[in-house]
Ligand binder design. Structure first.
Ligand code: NDP
Length: 294
């Protein structure tokens, strides 16, 4: 049976390292990192994410600021708020919860965020920096995948990595990060020919598709490491719902060497990496070395 890669436990350790870094910044540099999260509209899932982000930010000792705006907020008003946050020295990280209402141009909003405060790593300059392999603020979920992989496998050099999914949020950035770690990277998507055969070549398989249990046990090379990014809510018994990944966990865990569960794998890493990015951003803005352990 595959080893279970416990993202929940790793994320808790990372949050504790972030808290230590925050305490050091406050004590030695009089810098209390601040994260502003902006939510437009009443989407229930987004409200839960924003609440969790605020709670975990405060728990690490950072300043947590939430801006909840009504769904009918104009693009101009949202851009004005971002401009204010860009110029607020107490705010080191800005995150605009996606998706935004349809009348607002998402890329315009993201690219208005000060690139040094773009803790989601979606600003076009951070995307560009990542693709040419220079230091940038890296998207949180992909960063979480790499931390789990390195924690489990150590050096990733020379591994064959297959990423299923080519979104700007997960697939592409995780591919760039794997390349930076010297993997040989294949990016697969909905038009890939013979996806099972492509997956069978993977020492590392990252599934970021959004199709429940797409990846079957016989798509997996024996001993491979599987990172399941997928979060799919399905109907369960008794009218309840439950979360499953993009990988058929029961089948895959009989073949793989190691696998992330859903929930409790990649999911908890996202907010932990957001907090880490906020500390990194604060350090860079103040010319402070990034604390060891981050
Ligand atoms: P997108 O819908 O933006 O992208 C999905 C990708 O999968 C596309 O590139 C698409 O290909 C590809 N794809 C779709 N169907 C197939 C198929 N049958 N075979 C091969 N490839 C396919 O999704 P995201 O990247 O935003 O998210 C992916 C999953 O990760 C979702 O389940 C999401 O909920 C989850 N997620 C989890 C996060 C976390 O853990 N915190 C954060 C973000 C996402 P094409 O480009 O050709 O259309």
């Amino acid at each position: 049976m595959a080893t279970v890669i416990d993202g929940k436990a790793y994320a808790a350790k990372l949050r504790s390292r972030v808290a230590d870094a925050v305490s050091m910044l406050i004590t030695h540099h009089q810098v209390k990192p601040g994260l502003a999260v902006v939510l437009v509209g009443e989407d229930p899932a987004s409200q839960v994410y924003v609440r969790n982000k605020g709670k975990q930010t405060a728990e690490t000792g950072m300043e947590s600021v939430e801006h909840k705006l009504p769904g009918e907020t104009s693009e101009q008003d949202l851009l004005a708020l971002i401009d204010k946050l860009n110029n607020d020295p107490g705010i080191n990280g800005i995150l605009v919860q996606l998706p935004l209402p349809e009348h607002i141009d998402e890329s315009k909003v993201i690219n208005t965020i000060n690139v040094a405060k773009d803790v989601d790593g979606f600003h076009i300059q951070n995307v560009g920096k990542l693709s040419i392999g220079v230091d940038s603020l890296v998207p949180c979920t992909p960063a979480g995948c790499i931390l789990l992989l390195k924690d489990h496998l150590g050096d990733l050099t020379g591994k064959n990595a297959v990423v299923v999914g080519r979104s700007n949020i997960v697939g592409k950035p995780v591919s760039m990060l794997l390349l930076k770690e010297h993997c040989t990277v294949t990016i697969a998507h909905s038009r890939t020919s013979d996806l099972p055969a492509v997956c069978r070549g993977a020492d590392i398989l990252v599934a970021a598709v959004g199709v429940p249990e797409l990846v079957k046990g016989d798509w997996i090379k024996p001993g491979a490491t599987i990172i399941d990014v997928g979060i799919n809510r399905i109907e369960a018994e008794g009218g309840k719902t439950r979360l499953i990944g993009d990988v058929d966990y029961t089948q895959a865990s009989k073949v793989a060497g190691a696998i992330t569960p859903v929930p409790g794998g990649v999911g908890p890493m996202t907010i932990a990496c957001l907090l880490r990015n906020t500390v990194i951003a604060a350090c860079r803005q103040h010319g402070i070395d990034i604390p060891a352990g981050l």
